[in-house]
Design a protein around this ligand. Structure first.
Ligand SMILES: Cc1ncc(COP(=O)(O)O)c(C=O)c1O
Length: 407
């Protein structure tokens, strides 16, 4: 089946609605994506026919709920090439997954004077946890610089990845620049000094096919809500041997094996990290989102987004917009941050909203990156499977209109 965004769009009920009385042009999928009927129906089906708590009861309904939940885990594992479902921990999303590593693996393995390396382009969710961690432990946080094109300075790896480095935590794809980072190169450098690698795949998972083995990652995090799934679900994948050695994250029901008044032993992985009743329907919905994306084919998704990005870059350039991030199309995903002289991005997004266009304006949860780029904010259009060239045309017209307002 050839990919046709106009057909895909029909799977998404939200596009039957209008905004400001206009056709909805949703260009904020890097923030959160829209949800197809297949995912919404799966969640409803779960509540209507399978709802019970998982892992706790022997009656048939609970078995059905457990099968649905574990089926979703298997799908989430398959999606990233994880060797086994048991290496996939369900979390609330990327932010929680990164914090899980902060409170478990990092506490166990990173000491005063040790270094954690992130990059200048990280989302706050891969920055703040480490700022807090180094404040608590006396370890040191370093930031691999980017060049003026928005690429990581891999030429500086020798200087930044040293015997002191214990963890390198970086995004596979930037939510601001769209840059797709050479994670494997960085993982090789990290492993050469015995450091572990945590990959923030929040932006990559919805758009790119990748494999944790090819990346040679040790941990990898992604979120359901950016890839057609519901909010409140996400994944932390980890190498089994690392997960086995890590202490638990939250304490409570489900994560234990045997409990006495004053102590307890822990359940096997991944349940050791899933205290309490999980976000069951959300996890099941996330599994349905994986099935949906696999049905479209991640290669086709990528091809479609490359085409749209190529077109958007061309058109934005033609109206004199400043574009941030790599110019080489194949080094970037479908996230385009830009500025137009004389129009503040916040004003622009308010004006284009009048035309039915949803874009994000601001620092995109990456304030240090904004400082590096020398701007307080950017506008950002981000594309997904349901966007069409027509959406780009509407965006450009609306941006032109915003220029007119301030001329
Ligand atoms: C690169 C990146 N990392 C992490 C996150 C945080 O994801 P979540 O809010 O789903 O936890 C985001 C969200 O925008 C992101 O773009």
């Amino acid at each position: 089946m050839t990919f046709d965004a106009a057909v895909v769009r029909k799977d998404f009920p939200i596009f039957e609605t209008e905004t400001r009385g206009k056709r909805l042009v949703y260009l904020d999928s890097a923030n959160t994506s829209q949800k197809p009927r297949q995912v919404l129906d799966r969640i409803t089906q779960f509540y209507e026919t399978e709802n019970a708590n998982v892992h706790r009861a022997v009656y048939e309904l609970s078995e059905k709920a457990t099968a649905a939940y574990e089926g979703a885990r298997a799908a989430c594992a398959r999606f990233i090439g994880a060797p086994a479902p048991r290496s996939v921990v369900f979390t609330r999303g990327t932010t929680e997954s990164i914090n899980l590593i902060r409170f478990t693996w990092a506490r166990q393995n990173v000491r005063e004077g040790d270094e954690i390396l992130i990059t200048e382009m990280e989302h706050h969710s891969n920055l703040i946890p480490w700022q807090l961690f180094v404040q608590e432990t006396g370890s040191i946080l370093r930031h691999l610089p980017i060049d003026d094109d928005g690429r990581l300075r891999t030429d500086l790896l020798e200087e930044y990845v040293t015997e002191k480095t214990k963890l390198v935590s970086l995004s596979l794809m930037s939510n601001v620049l769209g840059t797709i980072n050479p994670v494997r190169t960085i993982a090789d450098a990290a492993h050469a000094v015995g450091a572990k690698v945590l990959v923030d795949a929040a932006q990559a998972a919805p758009h790119l096919r990748f494999d944790v083995n090819d990346l040679d990652a040790d941990f990898l995090a992604y979120s359901s809500h950016k890839m057609c799934g519901p909010t409140g679900a996400g994944v932390l994948w980890g190498r089994e041997e690392l997960l086995e050695e890590m202490p638990p994250f939250h304490g409570g029901g489900e994560m234990i094996r045997e409990v006495w008044a004053d102590r307890a032993t822990w359940n096997e992985i991944p349940y050791k990290f899933e205290a309490g009743t999980p976000n069951l329907a959300q996890a099941v919905g996330m599994g349905a989102a994986v099935d949906y994306l696999e049905g479209l084919g991640m290669e086709a998704v990528r091809e479609h987004e490359l085409e749209l990005t190529r077109y958007a870059l061309e058109r934005l350039e033609s109206i004199g917009a400043t574009i941030y991030g790599p110019r080489e199309l194949h080094d970037r995903g479908g996230v385009v941050s830009f500025n137009v002289e004389g129009v503040h991005p916040h004003d622009m997004s308010t004006i284009v909203d009048q035309e039915g266009v949803c874009i994000r304006a601001g620092h995109h949860c990456a304030q240090p990156l904004m400082r590096r780029l020398g701007v307080p904010a950017t506008a950002r259009a981000s594309f997904y499977i349901y966007n069409t060239p027509e959406d780009v045309d509407v965006l450009i017209e609306a941006v032109e209109k915003s220029k007119g307002w301030f001329a």
